[in-house]
Design a protein around this ligand. Structure first.
Ligand code: FVH
Length: 289
């Protein structure tokens, strides 16, 4: 018997297993392609020859596979062995998938915790690796010590869908920043400006703009989007046209920037020209309109 089983030894699963081993836990591992377990075996992991053996080896089962379907594919045939164990699924997915997985695991007698990893593999085990959890609070309390080996844990509540909801929302914010960065670099690059020369300015500008976000949260929660600065939506919508025109003149694609313009136009048409940009969030919630 071991304390923790890790199922899935891709880049992330391997980092998770290593972090548990580094904290002195006894760890059983399983991966579809057995070769990926060899390096962990050299570090003290026990390699299971089947998923069933892996599941039966520990009370705490951590899964980190590519997508939810692969988790069900792997665990489905050995569902009976899950009874009495805790499954912590750190595979990326949607809130709906997490709730379905939770119902499925509970129906087989297991406790279920879903997780969202806000880190890349080299960060695992360090304090900057944030791992979001939701699902059974009782099970989370019981294994929070072991999970602490992976990074900083944040438990969000009983609904298993919360961790993926926060995870996906954080990733959405990240991709928005990446999209803007790609556009900015294409535009400056088309003018022959090296990325290395422009990037420090962009990084510090993005950091300065982060200062607006707490006010947005207040405005969205209160519903009062009154603009008390000098950058209301109407002004920004007019200036935004220049982003599009400058890209077109430089023969840079506008595919990343056009959707924001369309939302700004909707906001102005809805009478929100004098409000702050935070007022646009309501227009994205289609069923509320
Ligand atoms: N890597 C990262 O930066 C991100 C950070 C945030 C969280 N994600 C999510 O973590 C999940 C695993 O990601 P990964 O980086 O470990 O992914 P891979 O290295 O591609 O490994 C995939 C593992 O899944 C196994 N697998 C795939 N299909 C099946 C299947 N049908 N049956 C059983 N196992 C399967 C694969 O096995 P193998 O190809 O080695 O045999 C790997 O173990 C993921 O949800 C990220 O979104 C990572």
């Amino acid at each position: 018997m071991s304390e923790i089983t890790v199922i899935g030894l891709g880049a992330m699963g391997t980092a998770l297993a290593e972090a548990f081993l580094n904290q002195g836990y006894s760890v059983t591992v399983w991966n579809r392609s057995p070769a990926k377990a060899e390096a962990l075996a050299a570090k003290g992991a026990i390699v299971a020859v089947s998923v069933e053996e892996a599941v039966r080896s520990s009370p705490l089962i951590v899964t980190c596979l590519l997508v939810y379907d692969t988790v069900r594919e792997a665990l489905g045939p050995v569902a009976a062995a899950l009874s009495g164990r805790t499954v912590v699924n750190l595979t990326n997915g949607t809130p709906e998938q997490a709730r379905e997985m939770s119902d499925w695991a509970i129906s087989h007698g297991a406790d279920y915790i879903d997780g969202g990893i806000m880190a890349v593999p080299p960060m695992i085990g360090g304090p900057h690796a944030l791992i979001l959890y939701s699902g059974s609070s009782q099970a989370f309390d019981a294994c929070s010590g072991q999970l602490g080996a992976l990074g900083t844990s944040k438990y969000l509540g009983e609904d298993a869908g919360l961790a993926p909801l926060y995870d996906i929302s954080l990733l959405t914010g990240m991709y928005g920043m990446f999209a803007g960065t790609l556009q900015a670099l294409a535009l400056t690059g088309a003018a022959g400006i090296p990325a290395g020369a422009f990037m420090p300015l962009l990084a510090s500008w993005l950091q300065a703009m982060q200062g607006l976000l707490p006010k947005w949260a207040e405005q969205i929660d209160s519903g009062d989007h009154t603009s008390d600065v000098v950058s209301n939506l109407g002004m920004q919508a007019d200036a935004y046209v220049n982003l599009i025109d400058a890209s077109r003149s430089a023969d840079v694609s506008t595919e990343l920037v056009l959707p924001m313009q369309s939302l700004m136009k909707r906001g102005v048409a809805a009478g929100q020209a004098n409000a702050d940009l935070s007022s646009l969030v309501a227009l994205l919630r289609l069923s509320k309109q």
